[in-house]
Design a protein around this ligand. Structure first.
Ligand code: SAH
Ligand code: SF4
Ligand code: F3S
Length: 454
């Protein structure tokens, strides 16, 4: 083993990056790296970047500006600080990053993380290294699995990537270019990973993918399994109390997934189902390949299978050509569904995507106004949903100690943070909590007694 070295990794963007960051840490552990929260003292800093909107992509360069100062300070102390850019900006911009920010030693795309040890060696030898290939080998087969100590440190909830990439090509989106073609992991690999997590104390697993319900990984006899079947299989693993999945596409919700919501108590009744717009004209221009009515019908069907199902979504305001009527249709759809929360974004043209070539850009001031209006509406729905929980008994999976002494925090089935007075021994357990009050986005309650058989 090499000298002990310190690694600082900072992730932007979606949960895929959170998961990848952990796997990079796991892969670099045998090389002698341990994690530090302090970039200044790190021997290796990895920025795990997001390219989905311009703002996200530009953050990287301001962060690199700050790191340049740290790297110079480290060199003054006789210490070499290696700076790596990973994630979707790395994939999209490749060696252009080194040109624009020479402080960068290493650029590595999301499909090449298993090559990190060798890339670090190459960067040391040659001054820099860039790898944004889509290699033939599957990175998941080569990334180190998490060790029990690392799993325990990360807590009782975990993400597991089950598919990556996207073949949908929504006209505004860079993901199919940065993450490549849709690829599902084999069922056996996923269940091994979930079993390993459960054995180290994980109680809740969120299956993740850019298009998670496009999952069609090979089962034991080689035939493709849909997500619903995978969920049923994982729900049977001892120790797993809760399952979630994200992000799903309305086009890929099939019968197996609806049945899973009907049949699996472990599958939490909260679904992130992005719709982007409520206008059929805009949905078509976005290449989403469904209408607002299709989406409403789907939500209805899912709610029939599991009546307490609640939804969250993503929206884009100001897509090229979006008129007042189009935007009004989005507000109407939001009113019809009633969301427990949503992310809304101003449209950001991304280089290389078809929408970036479209005319009829919506003026910035109009985008600002629409965003504020949509966010107001959704905030109101979220507040009403949270307020309706007061007086209810909700199952809570306790995740960590609270801010105040003697307090613990967990999440309801609907992902609401719930705070109670209780012993840290309850971390990792699911208990019924009577909700007594609400402060902004957090619920407060009392243990309702009675232990759930989970
Ligand atoms: N696979 C998911 C979304 C992944 S990107 C899906 O199909 O819904 C996460 C969110 O970022 C998207 O849902 C969208 O709302 C937003 N987004 C993506 N590209 C964008 C762009 N060019 N401008 C603004 N928002 C964008
Ligand atoms: Fe992007 Fe559309 Fe694929 Fe989602 S489904 S990742 S928005 S191209
Ligand atoms: Fe961003 Fe890449 Fe995720 S662009 S949203 S980090 S897939």
């Amino acid at each position: 083993m090499d000298q002990p070295r310190k690694l600082h990794i900072k992730s932007y963007g979606c949960q895929m990056n959170v998961y990848d960051a952990q796997r990079m840490v796991d892969t670099l552990a045998p090389e002698g790296f341990t994690e530090t929260a302090n970039a200044e003292e790190a021997d290796l800093v990895i920025l795990n970047t997001c390219h989905v909107r311009e703002k996200a992509a530009e953050k990287v360069f301001s962060e690199l500006g700050r790191l340049r100062v740290s790297k110079t300070a480290a060199a003054r102390d006789g210490r070499r600080m290696t700076i790596a850019v990973a994630g979707c900006v790395a994939q999209a911009e490749g060696k252009e990053i080194v040109r624009r920010a020479p402080v960068v030693d290493l650029v590595v795309g999301p499909q090449s993380y298993h090559r990190l040890p060798e890339l670090l060696e190459r960067a040391r030898r040659d001054g820099h290294a860039v790898d944004t290939e889509f290699p033939v080998e599957d990175k998941f087969d080569h990334l180190a699995p998490p060790q029990p100590a690392a799993i325990r440190r990360r807590g009782v909830t975990a993400f597991v990537t089950i598919q990556e990439g996207c073949d949908k090509f929504c006209s505004f989106c860079v993901v199919p270019y940065t993450r490549g073609a849709e690829l599902s992991r084999p069922v056996a690999r996923i269940s091994d990973e979930v079993r390993r997590l459960a054995e180290a104390g994980v109680r809740e697993v969120t299956l993740i993918g850019q298009n998670v319900n496009a999952f069609h990984g090979p089962g034991p006899n080689g035939s493709a399994w849909p997500l619903g079947r995978l969920l049923a299989h994982l729900a049977a693993i001892p120790g797993i109390a809760r399952l979630r999945y994200t992000t799903s596409h309305p086009r890929d919700v099939d019968d197996s997934l609806i049945e899973a919501h009907r049949d699996l108590p472990a599958l939490m009744p909260y679904v992130h189902l992005p719709v982007q717009s409520g206008s059929d004209r805009i949905l078509a221009a976005m290449n989403r390949r469904h209408t607002a009515a299709d989406y409403l019908r789907l939500v209805e069907r899912m709610r029939r299978a599991r009546p307490d199902l609640i939804f969250s979504s993503d929206f884009i305001v100001g897509f090229p050509g979006e008129s007042d009527e189009d935007f009004a249709a989005t507000l109407a759809l939001v009113r019809q569904i009633g969301y427990a929360g949503a992310y809304s974004f101003k449209y950001s043209p991304r280089p290389g995507t078809p929408a970036a070539e479209m005319r009829d850009m919506v003026p910035r001031a109009v985008m600002d106004e629409r965003l504020a209006q949509l966010q107001d509406l959704i905030d109101g729905q979220q507040a009403a949903f949270n307020a309706a929980s007061i007086g209810a008994a909700l199952d809570v999976l306790f995740e960590k100690a609270g801010r105040n002494d003697g307090q613990i925090v967990g999440r309801s089935p609907f992902l609401q943070p719930v705070h109670v007075d209780g012993s840290a021994d309850l971390i990792g357990e699911v208990r019924a909590v009577r909700i007594t009050s609400l402060k902004t986005y957090s619920l407060f309650g009392e243990l309702a007694g009675g232990r759930r058989a989970t």
